[in-house]
Design a protein around this ligand. Structure first.
Ligand SMILES: [Zn+2]
Length: 255
């Protein structure tokens, strides 16, 4: 029998990626890790997959699994080895990072951050999709949780992020005519809810649009290293980096 071929970045149509979830954070997550993974699996199966057509099989692991995508839980970008996790798995497959301490310091929930990264990775695994939108001078990043990131709903009793539907990125829809997000809080295409934002490409540069001044200030205070907004800059130059396992091991030994 031939070994199963790995499923790469954006090229997953027809495939079901396995996603290895592993926790390298010392900070308590505030939720049981097994229960979190089960809730994220239900989030994908019952909510994301029917809308976006992006199935996935989540598994708990101690580290990278050959041929699998990854969701890595880290304390923050300053944790030893954190930045050496880079953008992709060592095999060059999609990877999300969840910064546990950064999330909790921002008074957010780890389950909401993790489901945020998960749905965005499934919809745009190579972090390179953009679309036209209401402003003809702007290209909009295809980020499915950012515009609604302040909202969450419970799956298996655990809060998961709201996320937008494909119609959100289709500017021709009239307000209220179709469903634009899971929680039915978005009324029209490209609307940014309070506490949300959009990453846009304008005048040759990536920047953010915010729904409110307070969110803009909060965002400015956040440590954005290792986030998709930063990776998008590298993806545009075709330079997403693979995790450096040796470097990670060396840095983690120093603890
Ligand atoms: Zn995001």
């Amino acid at each position: 029998m031939r070994a199963a071929r790995p499923t790469f970045g954006a090229f997953n149509q027809g495939g079901v990626p396995t996603i290895a979830c592993f926790n390298k954070a010392a900070t308590p997550l505030g939720v049981d890790f097994d229960a979190l993974i089960a809730a994220m699996q239900a989030f994908v199966d019952q909510y994301v997959m029917p809308v976006w057509g992006t199935p996935a099989k989540l598994v708990k692991s101690k580290g990278y699994v050959k041929g699998a995508w990854a969701v890595v839980f880290l304390d923050n970008a300053d944790q030893p080895g954190a930045l050496a996790y880079h953008d992709l798995t060592p095999d060059g497959l999609p990877q999300s990072k969840v910064f546990v301490k950064t999330t909790l310091d921002n008074h957010d929930l780890v389950s909401v951050s993790a489901s945020h990264e998960l749905v965005e990775m499934l919809v745009d695994p190579a972090i390179n999709i953009m679309t036209t939108g209401p402003d003809p001078k702007i290209m909009y990043a295809y980020e499915s949780a950012d515009p609604v990131e302040q909202l969450s709903f419970k799956v298996n009793g655990i809060p998961m992020t709201d996320f937008v539907y494909p119609a959100y990125f289709e500017v021709f829809h009239k307000a209220g005519s179709v469903r634009f997000d899971q929680m039915k809080k978005v009324n029209k295409p490209f609307q940014i809810l309070s506490g949300g934002y959009q990453i846009v490409f304008k005048n040759g540069k990536w920047s953010q649009i915010f729904a409110s001044v307070s969110k803009k200030k909060r965002f400015g205070r956040e440590d954005r290293r290792g986030h998709r907004s930063e990776q998008r800059l590298r993806a545009a130059r075709n330079r997403l980096r693979r995790a450096d396992k040796k470097k990670i091991a060396r840095l983690e030994r120093r603890i």
